[in-house]
Design a protein around this ligand. Structure first.
Ligand SMILES: Cc1ncc(COP(=O)(O)O)c(C=O)c1O
Length: 416
């Protein structure tokens, strides 16, 4: 196998095959390098490095609070007071613990009986699905639902019954065919920014006696009353059995969350494998999230600004001929095949615009894309810079011939 050298865009690295690798490992790692050797100029995810004047649209800190002074000082105080705390699994937590108090605070915020905090959104989703599904339970999962939910289905040994993205008729047909089970969707899809038709999904799920799970990772903090999410915004708090979220998006921390009953929380803490067999949050993470919750509930202007920014960018890009699936702050340019996404990446990065490349396994091979995550701190001038760049690159990236453009069946207004 050839060695791969990256020097053009990325750090100066060379990967050398180690002599100790047995064949099964050599083949496995080799397949990865075979794939990336096909990319011109290095891995699709490794473009240029941003400069000081680049615009970074990669972060999920939608409300721009990662450096909020109230949150940082709460974290610093917690470290001074408790250091790194008790390094143990949350299964041992009891009594008057800050983490348990924070769970109760989140429950009041979200209108649920209680919540359980997990180490990440990944742990919340894999742990929850493991705890509620098994080999006899069909799990109806939207085809674009997050990988952590699908990982949960796999590790539960359950049968995934995927339904077409946001297609409620297909969901209903699947349930009629396979019987009651668990319906699993994201509220806002992390690849395209599309929003789930929650009211219809909940109605169908309940009609057929299913358990409903909604991943609110990209709507918690950003949508609904005081940022309590899309389920709350749709008035479905009582109907949705479990809401999960990563707190590494609008909450700008590192944790995950599940809304549930107190009865379920006790069962989850003592049976879900990520809850038992992995250490719990650190004191500064808990204190930081407590302060973040206050900021998110009180600073409404951040949500307003975020949605104004996102709406402006969606409208302008649509006017330029980009066919967006987005209805949210996640705005993706769906260039399609990976080689086309490399062209798009380079066109944007050479103009100082840095988004995130999404490719397999986050998307299917032919539907790779560049995701631009909008945030509340973007100024009018910065938004204009993104729009200008997206206008200037249309010929260069062959926008008129993208499959996503053709799906729109309208002429692409190429200006130059
Ligand atoms: C929809 C969704 N769910 C879950 C996760 C996992 O969250 P975390 O990064 O906290 O593990 C992510 C993050 O990529 C996500 O986008």
């Amino acid at each position: 196998m050839a060695q791969v050298a990256y020097s053009q865009h990325w750090n100066e690295f060379e990967w050398v095959e180690p002599s100790w690798e047995p064949a099964f490992l050599k083949n496995r790692v080799g397949k990865y390098y075979e794939r990336i050797e096909k990319y011109p100029g290095g891995h699709i995810m490794r473009g240029r490095l941003p400069g000081a004047d680049s615009l970074l649209l990669q972060s999920n800190d939608y409300l721009s609070i990662a450096r909020h002074p109230a949150i940082l000082s709460a974290q610093i105080e917690a470290i001074k007071h408790a250091g790194n705390g008790l390094l143990m699994s949350a299964v041992f937590l009891q009594g008057d613990q800050p983490q348990l108090r924070l769970e109760a605070e989140f429950a009041r915020y979200l209108g649920s009986e209680t919540t359980v905090l997990c180490q990440s959104g990944w742990c919340a989703n894999t742990g929850l699905i493991q705890a509620i599904a098994d080999e006899y339970v069909p799990v109806y999962v939207d085809m674009l639902a997050h990988m952590s939910l699908r990982e949960g289905i796999l590790s539960a040994g359950a049968t995934a019954r995927p339904f077409r993205h946001n297609d409620v008729d297909h969901l209903e047909r699947q349930i009629r065919r396979h019987g009651p089970g668990i319906v699993v969707v994201d509220s806002v899809y992390s690849t395209t920014g599309a929003v789930a038709p929650l009211a219809e999904i909940v109605e169908i799920g309940l009609r057929y006696g299913c358990v409903l799970v909604v991943d609110e990772s990209h709507s918690l903090g950003t949508h609904g009353p005081d940022g309590a999410g899309l389920v709350a915004a749709c008035g479905l708090t009582e109907q949705v059995h479990f809401r999960t979220a990563s707190l590494a998006k609008a909450f700008a921390g590192r944790a995950g969350l599940i809304t549930c009953s107190k009865r379920f929380a006790e069962y989850f803490r003592c049976t879900a494998r990520p809850a038992i067999f992995s250490s719990t949050l650190l004191p500064q993470e808990v204190a930081g999230l407590h302060a973040t919750l206050r900021v998110i509930r009180e600073e409404h202007w951040r949500r307003r600004k975020l949605h104004d920014n996102a709406r402006y960018l969606r409208d302008e890009l649509t006017r330029l001929g980009y066919n967006l699936a987005s209805q949210s702050q996640i705005i993706s340019l769906e260039s399609g095949p990976e080689l086309q996404t490399i062209v798009l990446r380079d066109a944007l990065e050479s103009r100082g615009i840095f988004g995130s490349v999404f490719c397999a396994p986050a998307t299917t091979r032919n539907r790779s894309l560049m995701r631009l995550s909008v945030n509340a701190a973007l100024t009018g001038a910065e938004l204009q810079r993104i729009v200008d760049a997206c206008a200037a690159i249309r010929k260069e990236v062959d926008l008129a011939n993208w499959a996503s453009t053709r799906r729109k069946r309208q002429p692409c207004p190429l200006l130059h």
